[in-house]
Design a protein around this ligand. Structure first.
Ligand SMILES: Cc1cc2nc3c(=O)[nH]c(=O)nc-3n(C[C@H](O)[C@H](O)[C@H](O)COP(=O)(O)OP(=O)(O)OC[C@H]3O[C@@H](n4cnc5c(N)ncnc54)[C@H](O)[C@@H]3O)c2cc1C
Length: 288
């Protein structure tokens, strides 16, 4: 039997849930179809024998987007979040990522022969990351607001990004590895940490962005990532949204350029005015 909704959302990760919550706020009847047996996608965690384990993300960047969106949905409580802290331990050093000046000194204590390179690296990273923090603090990001507020947000953001102009060319044209290649000739561990940190050939801007987030903007929900997701699911359902698990969409039916219906592997068929696909588009088979 075909069931009809205003909007069907494919995927119950953070994107599908936030789309669903916004649609409920707009008064639309929506359904989330989720392949797994719980929501969360890459943010999921599991409980086993009384212990909770995160399975994908370790924490989440806020970047001036997450909290304004949660506020807009009436789901933000600052007491539910703590800042995630990072720590780098080797036989030579034990550095907590609290503050760029403290990290600079702690790394120099651990690697005195690389002190000049460490200074050079932090001379670049510290002001850049602090400027990024000012950008993120400038108010809700354009993606998180609508109408006139969006325009004001772009203007604020452009103003706050001026201190980054000096480093913009390097950030947009170099990789992390290129940036550090001459800084640590005798210390491959620092070349790895400061230039790569597990992501090869990453644009320097993204690389530095992670250093901004590591120190200043990674947040962890005290209830665990799955606890946060479960809170979103509960709110979505209480506000009239429907979510179905173990429902894998493997076919979309199109008319012209519009998707008009989808089918799950259990042969259920759903029609809607609009479809939002937050799953993997390459896995969907379309049929006119
Ligand atoms: C290993 C790893 C670590 C990460 N660490 C971090 C981190 O520390 N901090 C951070 O901010 N970000 C991190 N990210 C990025 C973050 O996980 C993603 O940006 C975010 O989860 C994307 O959410 P999403 O809803 O778009 O997609 P997903 O989380 O992938 O959710 C998509 C959902 O759709 C479902 N689905 C897919 N296809 C179908 C279908 N055909 N039918 C029905 N359901 C379907 C899936 O089961 C899934 O639940 C990490 C990503 C990975 C992979």
């Amino acid at each position: 039997m075909t069931q009809k909704y205003d909007v069907v959302i494919i995927g119950g990760g953070i994107a599908g849930l936030s789309a669903g919550l916004h649609l409920q706020k707009m008064g639309k009847r929506s359904l989330i179809l989720e392949h797994g047996n719980q929501a969360g996608g890459n943010m999921s965690g599991i409980w086993r024998k009384g212990f909770y384990f995160d399975c994908g993300d370790m924490s989440t960047e806020e970047v001036g987007v997450l909290f304004p969106i949660l506020k807009d949905l009436g789901l933000y409580d600052p007491d539910e979040w703590m800042q995630a802290r990072w720590r780098w331990v080797t036989p030579d050093c034990d550095v907590m990522f609290y503050d760029y000046d403290q990290m600079r000194e702690d790394f120099k204590k651990g690697f005195p022969n690389s002190a000049a390179g460490i200074d050079q690296w932090f001379d670049f990273v510290t002001p850049t990351c602090r400027a990024m923090k000012e950008m993120m603090k400038s108010g809700p990001f354009p993606f998180a607001v609508q109408g006139g507020e969006k325009f004001a947000s772009y203007l604020r953001l452009m103003g706050k990004s001026l201190p980054l102009m000096g480093s913009a060319k390097a950030m947009m044209t170099m990789t992390g590895e290129e940036m550090v290649k001459d800084m640590f000739p005798d210390e491959p561990r620092l070349r790895w940490l400061f230039g790569e940190a597990n992501v090869k050939n990453m644009l320097l801007m993204m690389h530095i962005f992670f250093w901004y987030a590591f120190v200043q903007d990674y947040w962890y929900p005290k209830a665990g990532l799955q606890g946060f997701i479960d809170k979103l699911v509960k709110a979505y359902q209480e506000r009239g949204g429907e979510i179905r698990y173990k429902s894998t969409v493997d076919k979309v039916i199109t008319s012209g350029r519009m998707v008009t219906a989808c089918e799950t592997s259990k042969q259920e068929r759903f029609e809607a005015d609009y479809f939002v696909n937050t799953g993997n588009p390459k896995r969907l088979i379309s049929k006119s």
